[in-house]
Design a protein around this ligand. Sequence first.
Ligand code: AMP
Length: 210
Amino acid sequence: MLGPPGAGKGTQAERLARARGLPKISTGDILREAVQAGTGLGLAAKTTMEAGNLIGDDVMIGIVRERLDRDDARGGFVLDGFPRTVVQAAALDGMVDGRGPLVVLDIVVPEDVLVRRLATRRICSKCGVNAAVEWTGDCQNCGGTLIARIDDSVEIVRERLKIFLRQSQPLVDYYSPRPTFRSIDGNQPPDVVTTRIEAALDEAARSATL
Ligand code: AMP
């Protein structure tokens, strides 16, 4: 699933994964967990993430390769936050070779809407889940406290969007000629986006097997 920070990728990937009984693999979540756990990866990634910059391709490719090799990903998976560069996309093609079609859903949202959404976004400090807009009080998943992400502050959001825009066009150019590429209008209520994603996924997967 492609799209800028704040496009709703995390929420939509979560819903899709649940509906299809697949693991949701979010590279941002994996990195945030590593930072919280204080592992070598976490210590190395912390400063880069807090500045809104991207972690190196080799590290990210290694993380995803290892994750996709696990048993629960054998029947498919929903990727959120990866690939972010053409180098990562090319590596992903190698990883999924012979594993069925790779459907690419690009969630498109205007920039001013993204900045507004990111400024109000909250995640759980305990389980890391994205808070739904209607949640007031604590996390409805685990009871943890809801907090803003450090990298969602206004200046860092601008930096992340700038990086995204620089990287996203080559990625879209890389994928868009494929019959399994679909653009989704993400500036819609979440349930509408979910319905469109479900339909686009089925249709794209069908076109890949024709
Ligand atoms: P996200 O939760 O997807 O917005 O990711 C949060 C941060 O993790 C990003 O701003 C990057 O610093 C890092 N990150 C996550 N996924 C990747 C990736 N595929 N390539 C490079 N950096 C990543």
